[in-house]
Design a protein. Structure first.
Length: 144
């Protein structure tokens, strides 16, 4: 089992490393999902997510698509997009993934893995965290 501390990692790069590792058969736990960084214009990132919320079913909204608003589910869906989840091997790989907001007590003493190539290179003011995006989408953090 690999425990990844996602704080300070860029979302797409981290997701690609995790997807590749899941396909190899590793179990992966991602902690601090709300501290994952998104690069780009803050205005355009938030607008893309808000526009995505408007997509719905013509017949009935309950038929989907369902839009994630929590940082852990947003990141899980990012990883799912990098897996062949409609095939058996992709579905099995997705079942080996766990993503958590903050750090659960069980994983605090375990050694954390950091992907050096996925870390942010610019100062943190150039990035937007997944928690900030999720709060703009309507997620209310009850952990504070």
């Amino acid at each position: 089992m690999i425990v990844v501390d996602a704080q300070g990692h860029i979302a797409g790069r981290l997701a690609s490393y995790i997807a590749k590792s899941l396909l190899k058969g590793n179990r992966i736990v991602v902690i601090n999902a709300e501290k994952i960084l998104l690069s780009g214009s803050k205005y355009s990132i938030i607008n893309e997510y808000l526009e995505r919320l408007e997509i719905g079913s013509v017949i009935n909204p309950k038929h989907g698509p369902l839009h994630p608003r929590r940082p852990d589910t947003i990141f899980t869906k990012m990883i799912r997009g990098m897996l062949p989840y409609r095939k058996a091997k992709g579905l099995e790989a997705l079942k080996r993934l766990r993503v958590y907001i903050n750090t659960p007590e069980y994983y605090k003493p375990i050694e954390k893995t950091i992907f050096e190539k996925a870390l942010a290179t610019k100062p943190l003011s150039f990035y937007l965290t997944l928690g900030e995006v999720a709060s703009r989408l309507g997620w209310k953090s009850d952990i504070d």
